[in-house]
Every structure is written in C-alpha cells, then in structure tokens.
Design a protein around this ligand. Structure first.
Ligand code: GLA
Length: 396
C-alpha cells in the first residue's frame, strides 16, 4: 500500500516535470526543433556557365523559421515554417540545385522586375517617346523580359537588424536593359522577422523616368506538397483587374461580388476554381486591394486545414496577383522528387496592376529621378487549431 502510494507520488512528479518541459517548449513555436540562435549563413549554391559563383544565404530566426535565398534572381529557394504540431516543412516550391533553376523555372521564388506582370505588345509611350521592350509571352512582355531581374546575379550582404536576420541584395539595371529607359539601382532586403514573418522590402532609384513594378514570385504550398485546392483563402479586395484572353487588362476594374473571384470571406481555392475559366484554367488575376496601396495593410490570409499553417500577407502595394500555378504541368520536380502539378501552389504577388504603363486610370508605376521607389511586403506565419467555420464554403 505504502509502496504503491510512493510510486503514485513519483509518477506525479515525473508527469509534472514532463508537463513543465512541454509548456516551456510550447513557448517556442516549433518546440525543441525550433529553439535556436538567430543566424545568417552563406554557402556556394553553384556556378553559371561563365564561372560566376551563385551564393545561398540561410536566414534562421530564434524560433527556427528558415529562409534560403540565392543571389541568382535574389530568389527564395526554401522557406521552412512549423505546422500546428511544431513540425517544420518547406512551404515554397523550388529546386535544391542551381542547374534546375538555370534550365528553366517558372519564376519560383524570384525577384521579378523591372516591371512584373504583362505589358501589352511590349510597348508604351513615356515623355512623348515610344519604347519597345523584349517580348517573351506571346505578343506581350512578361516579368521584365527575356532576361529580367530573376535571371541576373545580385550582390548580397548580411545586414544588422533588430527585427531578425536579414540580407540585402542589390542590382544595377543599365539604361536600355530589356528596352527600359534609365539606369535603375535596386535594393531588396529579406528579413526573417522575430514575429515569424518573411519581410521583403524594396527600394529603387533612377536617372530617367521609367516604369518600375517589383514583386516576389514565390509559389506557396502550406502543406508542403499536394494540391492547394483545400487551402482556405481570403483576399482583402472588392474588385479585380478585368483581362482579355491573353491576360492583358481591358482597363475595367470589376466587382468580385457574386462571382467565383470573391474571396472577401474565406473560401477554399478549389471550391469555385472550375468556374473561373481561362486556358489553362484557374486564378491568374490582379486583385485591387481594399488597402489601396496607401498603407501597409492586410492583403490576404491563407489557412491550410490539414497542417494548421496560416499565412497572412501584408503589403504597401495597391494590388496582388493571385495565381494558382495554372501553367505547372508535372514536368518539373523539386527536392525529394516531388512533381509540381497544376494547382500545386498559389502565388500572392504584391504589386501595381498589370500593364499600368498603358492605363492612365491605374495607379502610376513611373519612377522619376530624385524619387525613391519603396515597397514593403510581409508574409506572416502562425498556426490555427482545426476549426470548422460555418462561414467557410467549400470545406468538406
Ligand atoms: C504570373 C503570371 C502568370 C504566369 C506566371 C508564371 O503569375 O500572371 O500568367 O505567367 O506568372 O508562370
């Protein structure tokens, strides 16, 4: 009897100690695996044909959130965040070797510019002069042209920041590059913040009037793998940019209300995707954010029910291109041999509206000498318990 009681007390002590240890770990999202010192590490990722070395920077915050960014295209290659059990996974599509990026990547994680998205027929008139840009998407100019900012090697230096480990990337885009006027100096700072965010901050200056519209083209999959049709999405936008069948804006800003484009309340990506149309089918539209580009505000929120991962996106930009990986066709495979199929990821590309340079009614993308272009976009990660909201349509 006495002996049994003693065992019970001992058990109690063991259980209490275990609970205390668990509570301590729970204070650090990601548990033991997550707790560490913030760091920035630099390694060689590969070499271009001409011998230029491409470096890979690994940024880890004290919670274990890790981002890998390479100097080729100032590209995010990997982003590891915990799920609701504290298990880390890579939530962006990418490759683990430079050769695959060089062979052809659909802008996986890349910094895109000088002007992201499409410019009709690669033409625009500025200060009375007509410019002709490189054409690389049917008759149109897409994502900066044949050799955009995603295909050049950037300079990189780690920077001291109280907000978390950070690296600054810089690139000088010469006058005439891909047909654009003026020398443009661009800086992109990636920070893995102490609050579990990936912050991307851009600045640029020019010596002649030129259009500038920078973005990051990460393909997110909050489950790590599989399709994203079950991911619940909210986009803080009442309107979107109407486009023709080559995805060039018609000039009209259309109401989302009553259409499959409406994500003002959370819907799974898959619930109405078949009704969106397009060839290939899916979302590939620029949303007009309610924040209007005037302040740093919530643009979108994605929740993946199986893992509990939540990603909130904040930006200073007026628009976000919501793209559901429609052009992925299973011909590319990432680390571990996982094949990237249509709708296996979604992009939330912050920016101005497509073809703004040809639409005076859209917010201007023209940067003048003496001004500084500035954009701040942040993807913030957390987890959510398995809740079934009666307001979420399309959840099985
Ligand atoms: C953007 C475009 C898409 C597609 C992808 C890259 O999101 O809007 O149409 O070109 O980039 O494949």
């Amino acid at each position: 009897m006495k002996r049994e009681r003693r065992t019970a007390t001992m058990n109690q002590i063991v259980v209490t100690a275990a609970l205390l240890a668990m509570a301590a770990l729970a204070m650090v999202p990601g548990g033991a695996e997550g707790a560490r010192k913030a760091s920035v590490k630099k390694a060689v990722f590969g070499k271009l044909d001409g011998g230029t070395v491409v470096h890979l920077y690994t940024l880890t915050n004290a919670r274990g959130l890790t981002a890998k960014i390479m100097t080729y295209g100032a590209t995010l290659t990997e982003l590891r965040v915990p799920d609701r059990e504290g298990k880390f996974d890579d939530v962006v599509l990418g490759f683990d070797n430079l050769a695959q990026y060089l062979k052809g990547s659909p802008y996986f994680g890349a910094t895109v510019g000088r002007v992201a998205n499409r410019i009709a027929r690669g033409k625009f008139t500025l200060d009375g002069k007509e410019y002709t840009l490189a054409v690389n998407n049917g008759p149109n100019h897409l994502h900066g042209g044949l050799k955009g900012f995603d295909k050049v090697v950037w300079n990189a230096t780690p920077v001291k920041s109280a907000d978390g480990p950070a690296v600054r990337f810089t690139y000088h885009s010469a006058d005439g590059e891909e047909g654009y006027p003026g020398n443009l100096d661009v800086t992109v700072i990636y920070t893995v913040t102490n609050q579990s965010g990936l912050r991307i901050e851009y600045t640029a200056t020019t010596d002649r009037d030129t259009p500038v519209n920078l973005t990051n083209h990460s393909y997110f999959n909050l489950a790590g793998h599989g399709d994203v049709l079950g991911t619940e999405m909210m986009i803080n936008a009442g309107r979107y940019v109407g486009v023709d069948d080559t995805l060039i804006p018609t000039g009209e800003l259309k109401e989302v209300k009553g259409t499959p484009m409406d994500f003002t309340t959370p819907h799974t990506i898959g619930s109405r995707i078949a009704e969106v149309g397009g060839d290939p089918n899916g979302y590939d539209h620029c949303y007009v954010l309610n924040g209007g580009g005037h302040s740093f505000s919530l643009a979108a929120r994605a929740y993946e029910p199986a893992t509990g991962r939540v990603m909130e996106m904040y930006t200073t930009e007026p628009g976000v291109q919501f793209y559901t990986g429609n052009f992925l066709d299973g011909s590319l495979a990432g680390p571990g041999g996982f094949v990237y199929r249509q709708h296996d990821a979604f992009c939330l590309e912050a920016g101005h509206f497509p073809d703004s340079v040809n639409h005076p009614n859209f917010p201007s993308t023209i940067l003048h000498p003496g001004e500084t272009y500035h954009q701040r976009t942040e993807y913030l990660f957390s987890t959510q318990k398995l809740l079934r909201s009666p307001y979420v349509k399309g959840v099985m």
